[in-house]
Design a protein around this ligand. Structure first.
Ligand code: C2E
Ligand code: CA
Ligand code: CA
Length: 604
């Protein structure tokens, strides 16, 4: 019988215990070892990735928590020009372009502190001084306790991108042929303009322009000539505009001009539209010299005003387009307003202007004389007032044509005609045995400012053998505003020659004693608006009273115009006014009628 070796049995538990011990120790160790190896492998990969990333095209900059630069990558050097030795230890301030204000940087820090990151466009400066735009992202790196240890920022130069962006904008919003804004940009701008106009109660102007017979040029001379013509048209249009206005090429030979909304009364805007439209037409009418061809073209223009109220971009363009077609129908090379009422105002003006040019030659003017009297009903003078009788327009009031004559400069020849006619008439009165102490003649500012005003006047009276003291020159306060010295010189020269002066419409201008005292006036004429208000308006009565006191203290002769009733007369004489003129005594009369009138009155 074999005996079992019991010693073996004794050592078995020990062996098992040893084995268990080994298992307990070795397996975790092995596992840990495997894990560590894997972690090591991972961090090695991470490092490799980080190193690769550092080599990236994007510039990278790492700073410590105090923003001292501690690492950069080669792209950083390529982009900024700074090498590692030059930049490490510096702060990003070295890159500051100066283009951003303190608020910009405050916003960056706010984002970094609250969200741990910031991204955006920023302008930096390279080592060579160049300023360039970059796209930058900055992240704050925190440790396990949540404390910021580093900042890392990535950036790329976006100069090219921005160029491309501009190019895209150019393609999308500008016409490639002429470089003018296109229809899409017009929509944007006009929409904005309409909002502004409505919000601030302003009004602007829209011109729709179409070249006349452009197709003919295109067909006969070829598209390249047509294109050059369009390019020059665009340049000419642009040269006429202020920077706040926009010239647009809608397509083909159609252009739009947008005059931005502004304050001001409707009538001013109408006048402005008129002036601009005429300028455009004249500019387009100037011959074009293209590739050896001299081309004459014209344009038809439709105009509409806008206020932004109940108007859309589409309705406005439609209106201006409609008006443009009316201009075409009216024979081209002209402009038309969309709104009939506006058109009427412009038509009348144009009509007046056209006819006014021929009025002197056609002997359409006459002069009426309105007597001026003393309180005792004696004639002290008469005012010469021009009248215009035109076969087409009928009788036109000077209130309507004198301002146009002033704007167009026609007032110079008209004024000269009035002086000559008055002189002739004075001679005729004398021949009829009538001597009116003086005839008052209205002188407009433009006339007064003519360099030869004084010499012309002196020459005219001497030529006609009329004594200058027979003439009272009526001028309004506005004449002195621009140049007081000029007024003093001219008036003194005329005064020395015997002419007298009356200050017309007194009280409506800038009535100031400073100039009144320095100018050799003989008479002061109280404006009819105050006379009209005398009875009902306490202020008007007070003004008249003050004017009387002022005139007396300055030794000026005082006359009131627009005296229509006994009440007016009573008030005025009560204040101490010297002379009167108005319907109460007589309306302006023809030369023939005033002769009768004078015969029935005594002369002072
Ligand atoms: P003004 O110089 O203030 O002339 C007075 C105007 O008042 C005249 O109007 C006259 O007819 C009108 N008038 C006179 N008495 C009365 C009245 O009792 N009641 C009312 N409601 N009106 C009265 P008119 O003739 O239509 O002239 C208007 C303006 O045209 C003149 O105002 C003057 O500024 C201008 N004007 C007239 N003739 C000439 C001229 O020969 N040369 C220039 N430069 N301007 C002229
Ligand atoms: Ca007058
Ligand atoms: Ca007057």
């Amino acid at each position: 019988m074999k005996f079992i070796d019991t010693s073996y049995l004794v050592s078995l538990p020990i062996l098992i215990a040893l084995l268990l011990f080994l298992i307990a120790i070795i397996i975790p160790c092995a596992l840990r070892f495997k894990k560590t190896t894997r972690a090591l492998q991972k961090s090695e990969t991470d490092l490799k990735i980080a190193a690769m990333a550092f080599k990236s095209y994007e510039a990278i900059m790492v700073t410590d928590a105090d923003t001292n630069i501690i690492r950069i990558n080669p792209s950083f050097t390529r982009l900024t020009g700074y090498t590692e030795t030059e930049i490490i230890g510096k702060t990003p301030k070295i890159l500051n372009s100066g283009k951003h204000d303190a608020l910009f940087f405050k916003n960056i820090w706010d984002a970094l502190n609250s969200k741990g990151k910031w991204g955006g466009e920023i302008w930096n400066r390279r080592k060579n001084g160049d300023i360039y735009p970059e796209w930058q992202t900055i992240s704050a790196i925190q440790n396990e306790q949540g404390k910021v240890t580093h900042y890392i920022s990535f950036f790329t130069d976006i100069t090219e991108l921005k160029k491309a962006e501009k190019e895209i904008e150019k393609l999308a919003f500008y016409d490639s042929l002429t470089g003018l804004p296109n229809r899409r940009l017009l929509h944007e701008r006009l929409k904005h303009e309409l909002n502004i106009a409505a919000r601030y109660n302003r009004a602007g102007i829209l011109f729709f322009l179409d070249l006349d017979r452009f197709k003919h040029i295109n067909d006969s001379l070829g598209h390249s000539i047509g294109d050059l013509l369009l390019i020059e048209t665009a340049q000419r249009l642009q040269s006429l505009l202020r920077n706040t206005d926009t010239a647009v090429r809608l397509g083909g030979d159609e252009f739009v001009i947008l005059v931005s909304a502004q304050d001001g009364i409707h009538n001013d805007l109408l006048k402005q539209s008129n002036i601009i439209a005429e300028k455009i037409i004249n500019e387009i009418n100037r011959p074009f010299s293209i590739n050896g061809h001299q081309l004459f073209i014209s344009a038809s223009i439709g105009i509409t005003l806008y206020t932004g109220i109940d108007e859309t971009v589409e309705t406005l363009l439609k209106r201006a387009d409609t008006a443009m077609y009316q201009a075409k129908e009216a024979g081209r090379n002209t402009f038309r307003f969309y709104q009939q009422s506006m058109q009427d105002v412009v038509d009348t003006r144009l009509h007046i202007e056209k006819n006014l040019r021929k009025a002197i030659v056609n002997s359409e003017f006459t002069i009426h004389y309105q007597p001026q009297l003393s309180a005792s009903n004696q004639i002290v003078g008469a005012e010469a007032l021009i009248r215009w009788q035109n076969s087409e327009l009928g009788t036109v009031s000077p209130v309507n044509f004198i301002p146009i004559a002033e704007e167009t400069g026609l007032i110079i020849s008209i004024g000269q005609w009035v002086v000559e006619s008055v002189c002739e008439q004075i001679q005729l009165f004398e021949k009829q045995g009538i001597s009116i102490p003086h005839i008052a003649v209205n002188i407009s500012a433009k006339q007064f400012h003519q360099a030869d005003f004084v010499s012309n006047l002196i020459h005219t009276v001497y030529e006609q053998n009329v004594k200058p003291d027979k003439i009272m020159l009526e001028i309004t306060e506005g004449v002195f505003l621009g140049n007081l010295e000029e007024a003093i010189d001219k008036m003194n020269a005329l005064k020395e020659n015997g002419f007298n002066f009356s200050i017309d419409d007194f009280g409506t201008g800038y009535s100031s004693l400073t100039y009144l005292k320095r100018l050799p006036f003989d008479q002061l004429k109280i404006d009819q608006s105050f006379v009209r208000g005398l009875v009902d308006d306490k202020t008007d009565a007070a003004i008249v009273k003050a004017i009387v006191v002022m005139a007396k203290s300055m030794d000026l002769n005082l006359i009131a115009e627009g005296v229509e009733t006994t009440q007016h007369l009573d008030y005025l004489s009560g204040f101490g006014c010297h002379y009167y003129q108005g319907y109460y005594f007589s309306k302006p009369l023809t030369a023939k009628k005033i002769v009768e009138y004078v015969k029935n009155h005594s002369i002072i």
